[in-house]
Each structure stands twice: as C-alpha cells, then as structure tokens.
Design a protein around this ligand. Sequence first.
Ligand SMILES: [Zn+2]
Length: 220
Amino acid sequence: MSVDVEELRQSVAETARQLGRKGLVLGTAGNVSARAGDVVAVTATGLVLADATIGDVTLVGTDGIVRAGPGEPTSELGLHLGIYASSEVRAVVHAHSSAAVALSLVADELPPVHYAQLSLGGRVPVVPFAPFGTAELADLVVTAMRSRSAVIMAHHGSVATGHDLAAALSNIELLEWLCGVYLSAAAAATPRAMTDAQLAATLDEVVRRSYGTTARRAED
Ligand SMILES: [Zn+2]
C-alpha cells in the first residue's frame, strides 16, 4: 500500500484547525490522528489546534516509535494507538467539547435521543475518570469504543473515530450536538430515550433504503 504521508499530515493539520475553528477545543486541548498502513500521523503535544500546520504533525509507527516530524506526539498517543490496534478505523479525534463534558457531570451515558445517533452505534457511554495521558484512560476508551464510534470521558471530553478524518470530525460534531439536545431537554424534564422498537424500525428503514439504492444501481 503506497502512503502519501505528507498528504496525511496535511489532512491531520487541516482537521485540527477545524476542531479549533468549530469551538470544540480551547487552547492546547484536543488532538487528531489518521492512520495509513502501519503509520499514524498525529498532532504534537502542546499544540494550539486552531493554529496547526503540517509542521505540527508527527509521524509515528503503530508500534509507538516516532518515525519523523517535529516534537513529541500528543500525550494521548496511547489512546489513539490503542484504538487503531483494536479496530479498522482510519482516524481518531479528541476534543474538550463543552456539552459532552457537561453531560459527563450528570449522566453515565448519552441514551439514544435521536435517530441520527445510530450512526455512532447507539448509546454513548461515559467512561469513568482517569487522568489524561494515562494507560488507564486509554484502556477505558479503547474498551468502550468497541462497537461504536464515539465515547465521552468523564470530566474530560469526547473521542470519535471514523473511516477517514472527515467522518471522525463529523461524528464528534454529531456527538456534541446530541449532548446539547439531551442537556436542553434535561433542563426541562427527564428526557425520553428512544425505545428499542423505534431504533429497530429506523435500522429497518436504513437497510430498506440502502437495498433500494443498490437495486436501482444494479438496474442502471
Ligand atoms: Zn484531552
């Protein structure tokens, strides 16, 4: 597999700037990575994501050894590598997004509150607090991330994955929006979660429509 690592580093820097621009991180918070083969491009530690350039993105092997690039990788490198080691995802983003942090203070999970949440794998757990950059935190997130593409870390922030950087960014934005919806509702009354039957009916509709699209394409 040929990997254009410079393009990969450029894409990571662009996604990091977008996280900053969209207000999902403050200051040096947050980090971004993308994998191609056995190489991971990851933002450096102490970086203001909103100002990220290709020069702030380090290349690390999936074995954790720095291959090239500036400075030290993010202190959450273990979390990123752990997710890549246990899944087929190609991108990981981590933010200190306010609604996700706020939800982590009052709930143990984000229950399914909107059908779009199915694209994250349904309910999103809040993993217990562990200090940033620790193997304990990485293990909690990696375990919770199995079978879903977003996790909330108590008193810390959000993590989302995707088949590419755009998908991971979109997933973390969706998670933040869903957390905001939940908290708005919770301010008024106890939010009603979607039922298993509602979720199953939505999944049936997704399957029916994707089958319809495939069938129509086959007819073309
Ligand atoms: Zn963090």
